[in-house]
Unconditional design. Sequence first.
Length: 476
Amino acid sequence: MTAQTKTAALQLSSVELALDRLEVPQAERGRGQKWVLLGNEHQFMPALLKLLRKSTTASAIIDRKVSLIAGEGFKVNAAKLPELAQFLKKVAASGRHRTGNLLLKRVVKDYERLFGFAVQVVWAKDGLHIAELHHERFELVAPAPMNQQGDVESYYICRDWNQRSRYKPLHLPAFNPDRAKLRGPVPAGAPAGTQGPPLEPVQLFYYYEDEPGVDYFPALGFEGALPYIEMEADLAQFHSSNVASNFSANTVIQINKGPEDETKTDERGKEYTITAKEQRDAFEAAFAKKYQGASGKRILFLYGDGTDESAEKMAKITVLSTPGAGELYASYAGLAQQAILSAASCTSPMIAGLPSANGGSLGGNGQELYQGFKLFFNTGCKPHQNNVLAAFRELFSYVNGVNFEGEDEKQPWLSIAGSLPVEFAFSEQLMELIMTDDELRGRMNLDPLPAGAKTAAEPATPDSGPTATPSGTPGA
């Protein structure tokens, strides 16, 4: 907003530079469109990803969660599920995520940033089994409108929703094993017994957690901390701007002679007038544009009457310092970090590998750090890990030869190998006393021993032949 005050010799114009804020938009379907978008031209999620990369705390927490949730990858009991163990070695014939573990980590990255993920499912020719799984970027997917039952039956994928004329949206039906079996008409002249081509050879598995009042797209778990994530990113940009710029946080620009109305002639010989106000507005807008965003400042423009001839050619720039600015910005940084940590159920910045915003090192009480890691994993990571694993179990159940019937819940055939940094906080002697052999092997990401098998530390079963007595006399 621009406010102007006139005096006999001076005009004062102030420009308030408001920062653009990222707000969660409503899912909307445009007139005549086949899809539902989130934000203008479906640009909210790309903007969110860009913002998260600019926040040190948010990036560190997400990286830590991805590491803990994806762990060391899928752990499969090859004796019970040999077909799945083989399939995970190559889940896709092409692409950057050809193995099951690479696909898992990429899916978890989407889940932790956008709270949802998508996988393209390629069915075998028979329509009964899954042949390949491909990662799909979640931010590029737009659902079709729901049917009368509230289900989304298909999705659209576009490389850039801003350029739909250049990148035509790809239509994919939603994941539905029953529809994967459907066949089209048999080609004319085909031999007897020939089946028609599959109607839906490729489907999209689209996952997010259901929340009350939320349709089409997931609710952001850290939505309440979004202003603080922006604050942290803005503070980093602000300090970077101060280092790179000769302008301080507040600057007064005094122009001793303001602009006057000017009459000019265009190319056709027609005269036109540029008013003083138009010149001032253009001048102020140029500064406002230059300092918009995290480096934005409150700039005051002072226009003099130009009575002094030498002063007419000069502009005076006065720097106004803010007392205690360093301490003020440090407190803002601490506030932002704490809010982001709280939204992620992270009790300490050390868990994310960050020092405290108020100073200090990464050291501290070992037991406190251990308990913090356990709390962070159990409340902030384990639920998401269970959701991801459940989603993949559903997909893997359609891999040829895979059958989870008869699986023991206490010793699942498919799990995710953990990588909790403080997993072995207890002594080996204590674990040996309170845990079974299979539990100990599980903590080392090893399968249970087959029936009758012995470890290297266990004595071999003695033969049934004669044994030596202590005196060396052959026994009976």
